[in-house]
Design a protein around this ligand. Structure first.
Ligand SMILES: NC(=O)c1ccc[n+]([C@@H]2O[C@H](COP(=O)([O-])OP(=O)(O)OC[C@H]3O[C@@H](n4cnc5c(N)ncnc54)[C@H](O)[C@@H]3O)[C@@H](O)[C@H]2O)c1
Length: 382
């Protein structure tokens, strides 16, 4: 069987997402299974080079996972013609500049979300990528989560009838870092380092809603900085000066209303850390990360409002759990496989940098709505 090596420069790979999702669960799994088969049987075998700032961390990561190549010299890596793809999972603020360099070096680019920290930069790198004729993409993993794939199947089956509304409820308690160590990187809570809940999460909501339910027409958003003091990885106190809770309402072009509550300052009492609830005329569903529960019109109980009587009803028991009818591959890996196929002209690809720019457009609309306390209409991007 023919093999085709694919050299991938993986920048920021010692970080949380870079190591766990992209290196270990995606690229190395594909490599260790002998590569990704193309239609003609050729196997594309990823050959990553790990790039970062800390030599010691890189060496240990490379040794642990038996990766032969690593370097702290990004420019040197970009200059090597044998490596065709630039991937970035470093912190957000550096991204647009790195992507420009990579495009100038003739690389195909695939990057974590958000693709930049401003819409202007996000749109510029999309234009540059198109002009250079390279293949480009942004990580939009959430649509490949098992829960959302089940939701998508309900949509395709016409389960909902006419969809009326969508409710996204996201969040969990992120420890402040004084009593217990933090469980997210501290830069997420510093404005100057590219932190903030809206910048982090709105890009996800944009593509989940846009690609599942329809184009977003306008939004109103209220954001709050609930916890102004946190402690970092070294136990040092710092001013947490970004939004860490937000509340948005969106109108879709097709008339659906979507509502999003998202926060790093809420304690979980729902089915999952994120839930997507859809209500339609013929049925409703709630998807979490893995599971999806449905209630069809004909299975809907008759609620009677009577606050004077205690009703010992288990409202959760009125929902039916959708079965796992297939093995679900890791969502990041699914998208990597699609991107690699796209590099070789195969399969569908709908996660280009224009989609990334749409995320930043919604981020800026949310900030503006919050600042000016009003609804913002979104222009359709060309
Ligand atoms: N798709 C998702 O679900 C998802 C989830 C979380 C984070 N992210 C995105 O992934 C990116 C990384 O987030 P994370 O949570 O892994 O953060 P992290 O802090 O764990 O990792 C960031 C990495 O960037 C590196 N880095 C920082 N400054 C650098 C510099 N000047 N030069 C080179 N490298 C530098 C760090 O050393 C680290 O390896 C962010 O853009 C974030 O928005 C995506």
């Amino acid at each position: 069987m023919a093999e085709r090596r694919l050299g991938i420069i993986m920048n920021g790979v010692t970080g949380r997402m870079g190591t766990n999702q992209h290196l270990v669960r995606s690229i190395l799994e594909i490599r260790n299974e002998g590569g990704l088969p193309l239609k003609d049987g050729t196997r594309v075998v990823p050959d990553p080079i790990l790039v970062g700032r800390n030599e010691d961390k890189l060496r240990r990561l490379a040794q642990r996972y038996e990766v032969a190549r690593w370097t702290t010299d990004l420019d040197g890596a970009l200059a090597d013609k044998k490596d065709e793809v630039f991937f970035d999972a470093a912190s957000t603020q550096l991204r647009a500049g790195l992507v420009k360099k990579a495009i100038a070096a003739g690389k195909h680019v695939y990057v974590e979300k958000p693709t930049a920290d401003t819409f202007e930069d996000a749109y510029e790198i999309y234009k540059l990528a198109e002009k250079a004729g390279i293949k480009h993409g942004v990580v939009q993993d959430k649509v490949y989560l098992p829960g959302l794939r089940k939701l998508k199947m309900l949509l395709e089956a016409g389960f909902f009838g006419r969809i009326l509304s969508v409710r996204i409820d996201f969040g969990y308690w992120v420890f402040e870092g004084d009593l217990q160590p933090i469980q997210r990187p501290s830069w997420n809570y510093r404005k100057k380092d590219g932190g903030g809940l809206i910048l982090d999460m709105i890009p996800h909501w944009q593509y989940v809603i846009g690609q599942t339910f329809g184009d977003i027409k306008s939004l109103v958003c209220h954001a709050v900085n609930d916890i102004p003091k946190r402690w970092d990885e070294n136990g040092e106190a710092f001013a947490a000066d970004t939004d860490d809770s937000a509340y948005a309402i969106l109108q879709l072009a097709n008339g659906i209303t979507a509502q999003i509550n998202f926060s790093w300052c809420v304690r979980v009492r729902r089915d999952d850390l994120v839930t997507f609830k859809v209500d339609g005329t013929k049925g409703s569903a709630v998807a979490g990360l893995h599971d999806c529960w449905t209630q069809a019109n004909v299975n809907t109980p008759r609620p009677i409002w009577n606050p004077d009587a205690r009703v010992n009803a288990d409202y959760f028991a009125d929902w039916q759990l959708m079965p796992d009818t297939q093995a679900f591959t890791n969502a990041f890996r699914i998208e990597w496989e699609m991107f690699i196929r796209h590099l070789f002209g195969e399969g569908e690809w709908r996660h280009g940098l224009l989609e990334g720019a749409k995320g930043l457009q919604l981020v800026e609309a949310a900030h503006r709505s919050n600042r000016e306390r009003k609804w913002i209409d979104l222009e359709k991007l060309a």
